[in-house]
Design a protein around this ligand. Structure first.
Ligand SMILES: Nc1ncnc2c1ncn2[C@@H]1O[C@H](COP(=O)(O)OP(=O)(O)OP(=O)(O)O)[C@@H](O)[C@H]1O
Ligand SMILES: [Mg+2]
Length: 167
């Protein structure tokens, strides 16, 4: 069950704590070279999920915020470097090219991208998409879509871990 490949998963979260928890389990499922592409409206919970993912990856930083002014923040996880992009304020893909985004997107670390729908054409073929949608004051719908074999395996691992924790 845990090693099964799946390409879609829909989950609901009823609180920021629950979203953080889902992120933590996802973070524990991630391995080198993987990219998570997050989208959803302002306040949908992207950063909240990412904070959980970072925790799952073993990032110690306690003051994790969105890299609003820097486009990218780098962290050190337990085993892997973690790159957090927030491309909300990106004015052209050229800005990312100047940053040398390929080294991150196609490198050995884990890359997390907020507002990824703005740079769809730059994403690696293999990536895990997450769309967060606010459907109530505290309720969020999370749609995970795996593109490529690595991400399908990742999603299977994530689901397996969630179920084994009796979520
Ligand atoms: N179930 C939930 N999951 C996540 N956040 C929730 C939930 N319910 C309420 N919230 C609140 O919604 C807000 C989500 O903020 P967050 O910064 O994570 O969103 P975001 O998608 O990163 O927004 P932005 O596009 O502005 O960066 C927080 O204030 C959080 O407390
Ligand atoms: Mg955010």
């Amino acid at each position: 069950m845990e090693n099964q490949e799946i390409d879609r998963l829909i989950l609901f979260s009823l609180s920021p704590e629950e979203t953080h928890y889902l992120g933590r389990v996802l973070g524990e499922s991630l391995s080198c070279g993987q990219l998570v592409a997050l989208s959803g409206h302002l306040g949908a919970g992207k950063t909240c999920l990412i904070q959980g993912i970072m925790r799952g990856l073993g990032v110690q930083d306690r003051y994790l915020t969105s890299p609003t002014f820097t486009l990218i923040n780098e962290y050190q996880g337990r085993l892997l470097p973690v790159y957090h992009f927030d491309v909300y304020r990106l004015t052209s893909p050229q800005e990312l090219e100047e940053l040398g985004y390929e080294e991150y997107f196609f490198g050995q670390g884990v890359t997390l991208v907020e507002w990824a729908d703005k740079i769809k054409e730059l994403l690696p073929e293999d990536h895990l998409g997450v769309v967060l949608e606010q459907i109530g004051i505290d309720t969020r719908r999370l749609l995970f879509t795996a593109q490529g074999e690595n991400s399908r395996r990742l999603l299977g691992r994530f689901r397996g871990l969630l179920f084994s924790m009796k979520y």
